[in-house]
Design a protein around this ligand. Structure first.
Ligand code: UDP
Length: 234
């Protein structure tokens, strides 16, 4: 298989790392995801990963809590996921660097754009942790921002759902899956698939977003090779 992209951002939601447990880390699931990330890496694709934190904590989990504080807890959750994924990828002999948007000198590098690009050029996988480093944002926004910064050709968003629907497919049997959407559709229709900040950032910078199911993780290679699964937003 030939890759369609030279450099990508792979967004892995926190939930995708939890598997059926829905909470915390499922080592088997993570190792399986890593195996398929390695396959993409072996095809010569430069891969930077943005990890979510929803398997531990989301800002809105902190009911009654100061929003910024709740969001900082969410950002710390992404760091745990980043370290777990780093470990799993390293077990496959890949070279990995975690860069955190919040300084954490003892456990990761700090985010430095030029350094991240250099790692990618050297064939290392870079994992971006702590989202954007700012409360009131999401890791989807972090993925859009980092994609623009490192000039990634696309964001591949691996989720627990296989694409974007007109309504929640868990609640409505007649929900319809979209193959293709524009960022304006997302913003106009208020589709909850990514937040509006992330959508506008991708729209303004012409970065396509491909949303697909992480299960089975072979999907990662398929999307990297341009196979049309899930929903593409342009
Ligand atoms: N977060 C934040 N700023 C960022 C990225 C993340 O405040 O730039 C916080 C926010 O509270 C969010 C949580 O971290 O709910 C976990 O990230 P997210 O919900 O995006 O993870 P995912 O849904 O992808 O697992």
């Amino acid at each position: 298989m030939e890759p369609k992209y030279k450099r990508i951002i792979l967004k892995v939601s926190g939930e995708a790392l939890a598997g059926d447990n829905k909470f915390g880390l499922n080592t088997q699931v993570i190792n399986n995801i890593s195996k398929h990330i390695k396959k993409c890496h072996d095809m010569g694709v430069e891969i930077a990963i943005v990890v979510g934190g929803g398997n531990f904590w989301r800002g809105r989990t902190g009911e009654g809590m100061d929003r910024a504080t709740a969001d900082y807890i969410g950002m710390l959750a992404t760091v745990m996921n980043a370290l777990a994924l780093q470990d799993s990828l390293e077990q496959l002999d890949l070279q990995v660097r975690v860069q955190s948007a919040i300084e954490m000198r003892q456990i990761s590098e700090s985010y430095i754009r030029r350094r991240a690009i250099r790692h990618l050029e050297k064939g290392r996988i870079v994992i971006f942790a702590s989202g954007t480093g700012n409360p009131f944002f999401s890791t989807d926004t972090a993925a859009s921002l980092r994609a623009a910064e490192i000039e990634a050709e696309a964001i591949l968003s691996a989720k627990n759902i296989d694409g974007v629907y007109n309504k929640d497919p868990n609640e409505h049997d007649d929900a319809i899956k979209y193959d293709e959407l524009t960022y304006l559709d997302i913003l106009d229709q208020g589709l909850k698939v990514i937040d509006s900040t992330a959508a506008s950032l991708c729209m303004d910078n012409d970065i396509p977003l491909l949303i697909f199911a992480i299960d089975p993780p072979e999907n990662i290679e398929k999307v990297v090779c341009g196979e049309k699964i899930g929903t593409i937003i342009k």
